[in-house]
Design a protein around this ligand. Structure first.
Ligand SMILES: *Cc1c(COP(=O)(O)O)cnc(C)c1O
Length: 398
């Protein structure tokens, strides 16, 4: 079977895939079906933070697979309980709801925000202020919350009740919050929107506006969470906390899991029957997620993210001073972007041919989201590759 041809015949055509079939991964390296290796600066889109086939996770999933994969949420299980306890111990939150993806975590957050005000005597508060260029998922509610036309196009009528303001602009947000607003929802650092880091004071100002207006603050940390920015959750950089936070992507290091975290006060509206998910928090997945979090925080990996991230940004800055095609380098921890004055796709393609997987968002922003266990040598190798690729691209342009 030719994987590419058969896939293109039988799988819904929603992904513009590279002509590359991956068969194996180990650490920060993946291999294709021809045996060629690639250093992986995509990591399943900020998912495999501990790399591929981490031995301790292989052991955890194997042991749990022999014990118990799945039972209904009609019953208690130990792995789900331990994971929820760990998450609440290590965050602002008191309660966790488990789903299977980032979109589902955000669905839960949107539902909870609305229900909280219904339960508390202000049913007219149902609107959510969200950000332009944001990304919150592909379900009807989460695409309605997403501030990018390309995600919403073709799906009218979208869900009512979402207002959009520019990210990192406190004046516009202040005007948009009204008596019908139940929550402000945003990514602490915009991911799909192009690795946009807000000004130092912005998130604290957002928190203050929410408090003054009596509405909730929801942080979508699906991409920024689980160590990606150098803290367990990105909100920790900013000296404030949300009322609701969503996590997914790296939480299971590649197993599908999403989680919505909330304070007791808000989570009180999620009573029996208010929300549910068949697969949410299954023992197999939560056992791996718990182990992922323990390895991340107890083996010094989280502590090194800031340093590795600033090293990567420094090296990119050096490339920027050599190549005017790079206009800006930005990011937090190992969530890093390089904005180009040209399309990123040819560069991504050429890096791939040379054994480095990188990614491009918003057409012209190269995104670097390697496993957090990436080494300095692997960063150096990618930078050298990028240097050569940009040189070649520019000489062929002339
Ligand atoms: C990826 C992402 C989502 C959607 O997650 P899925 O698991 O694909 O549903 C939501 N929000 C942010 C910020 C993301 O990066």
């Amino acid at each position: 079977m030719d994987i590419k041809i058969t896939a293109d015949q039988h799988i819904a055509n929603t992904y513009a895939r590279f002509p590359l079939a991956l068969v194996k991964g180990q650490g920060c390296t993946v291999w294709d079906d021809q045996g060629k290796s690639y250093v992986d600066f995509v990591a399943g889109i900020a998912v495999c933070n501990l790399g591929h086939a981490h031995p301790a996770l292989v052991e955890t999933i194997s042991a749990q697979a022999k014990t118990l994969w799945h039972v209904s949420n009609l019953y208690y299980t130990q792995p789900q309980t331990e994971l929820a306890a760990w998450l609440t111990e290590h965050s602002f939150a008191d309660r966790v709801f488990f789903g299977n993806s980032g979109a589902e975590a955000n669905e839960a957050a949107i539902k909870l925000a609305r229900k909280y005000f219904k339960d508390n005597g202000t049913p007219e508060r149902f609107r959510i202020v969200s950000m332009k260029q944001s990304f919150h998922g592909r379900t009807m509610a989460t695409l309605s919350a997403t501030g990018q036309e390309k995600v919403r196009k073709g799906y009218d009528p979208i869900l009512e009740g979402f207002d959009f303001v520019p990210f990192n602009d406190i004046e516009d947000l202040s005007c948009a919050i009204g008596p019908a607003t139940c929550a402000v929802m945003l990514e602490p650092v915009q991911g799909e929107g192009g690795i946009v880091v807000p000004g130092k004071e912005y998130l604290a100002q957002v928190r203050r506006l929410c408090d003054e207006a009596g509405c909730l603050l929801i942080f979508d940390e699906v991409q920024t969470g689980i160590g990606r920015t150098g803290k367990l959750f990105a909100y920790e950089h900013f000296g404030i906390a949300p009322d609701i936070l969503t996590s997914a992507k790296a939480l299971g290091n590649g197993l599908p899991i999403g989680a919505m975290l909330a304070t007791q006060k808000v989570a009180a509206s999620f009573v029996p029957g208010a929300h549910a998910s068949t697969f949410g928090g299954t023992p197999l997945v939560t056992a791996v997620a718990l182990k992922t979090l323990k390895i991340l925080t107890e083996e010094g990996i989280l502590d090194q993210v800031e340093e590795k991230g600033s090293y990567l940004r420094q090296q990119l800055e050096k490339l920027k001073s050599k190549h005017p095609i790079i206009q800006e380098v930005r990011g937090l921890g190992l969530l890093v972007g390089a904005r180009l004055n040209t399309a990123g796709a040819p560069i991504v393609k050429e890096c791939m041919a040379r054994g480095y997987l990188i990614n491009c968002v918003q057409d012209n922003i190269l995104r670097f989201i390697p496993p957090l266990i990436i080494s300095k040598e692997e960063i150096d190798g990618m930078i050298q590759c990028l240097d050569e690729v940009i040189k070649k691209e520019q000489s062929s342009d002339r």
